[in-house]
Design a protein around this ligand. Structure first.
Ligand SMILES: [Ca+2]
Ligand SMILES: [Ca+2]
Length: 251
């Protein structure tokens, strides 16, 4: 008898007859009522594994829904149908899973594109030994559709060869990049080797160029540097022309 594949209530009619003449007989009905026993583990609705594709810019608190739908498992004993509890077997800082609903929530932001797997367990509330596991494949991606561009060219720095801390020759520039959160990095090269630049990111799309060794700079009329900005995939270049004069009082 298998509860899951049978009608749980069966009536059997028993018929008895003797060999007398005439034969006498009687009948009785046996009513069988099947009760399920807890012999089957829970099962995930998705038989393979779950997959999550999530943008690196996703905000904390966001409900993360796998491609296959919400995480869901059920007790295969249909007559018992115990409550199922969900948990992670792999420790991770990014997601929480609701114990009762299986809902995944982002609790920590991503700082790089990455891929990792998490093991998820579903167990019966009344018997933790009756459980099943599945894998959640996580793919953190970043949309990078637009190239960065230096704005408001040409760039020029004019200054003196000798400076104090409050008059370091400086240039503030802006980048155009239509992506939501461009990860811009800067580099440079100059035609005059003693010229060293410090490029600082001042905001998501703004930067500051300052001349290093500002107390003792070479004379430049003009020197030329090439600035480079990259978003990891696309890049742009701009010329920075530098004019450095000897202060008149030192002539
Ligand atoms: Ca069960
Ligand atoms: Ca971009």
């Amino acid at each position: 008898l298998d509860y899951n594949s049978m009608i749980p209530n069966i009536n059997l009619t028993i018929f008895a007859q003797d060999n007398g003449n005439p034969p006498l007989s009687s009948q009785a009905i046996i009513s069988i009522h099947l009760i399920d026993v807890d012999n089957l583990d829970p099962k995930f609705q998705v038989s393979t594994s779950y997959n999550v594709n999530i943008s690196i810019d996703t905000r904390i608190g966001y409900e993360v829904v796998p491609n296959e739908g919400r995480i869901y498992a059920y007790d295969q004993d249909i007559g018992i149908n115990s409550t199922i509890l969900y948990s992670f077997l792999t420790s991770n800082i990014y997601f929480t899973i609701d114990k009762y609903t299986g809902i995944l929530t982002l609790q920590s932001p991503f700082d790089s594109i990455t891929q990792f797997d998490l093991l998820i367990k579903a167990e019966q509330e009344n018997d933790p030994n009756k459980s099943v596991t599945t894998v959640l494949h996580v793919n953190v991606y970043e949309l990078n559709l637009y190239p960065p561009r230096f704005l408001l060219l040409p760039y020029t720095i004019i200054g003196y060869t000798i400076n104090s801390l409050d008059q370091i020759p400086t240039f503030n520039g802006t980048i155009s990049d239509l992506d939501i959160n461009p990860r811009l990095t800067y580099s440079y090269s100059c035609d005059l080797s003693p010229l060293n630049l410090q490029i600082t990111k001042t905001s998501l799309r703004q930067f500051r160029v300052q001349l290093m060794n500002f107390q003792n700079l070479p004379v430049c009329q003009s020197c030329s540097c090439i600035l480079n900005v990259s978003d990891g995939q696309y890049s742009d270049q701009a010329y920075l022309n530098i004019y450095l004069y000897t202060p008149i009082s030192f002539l």
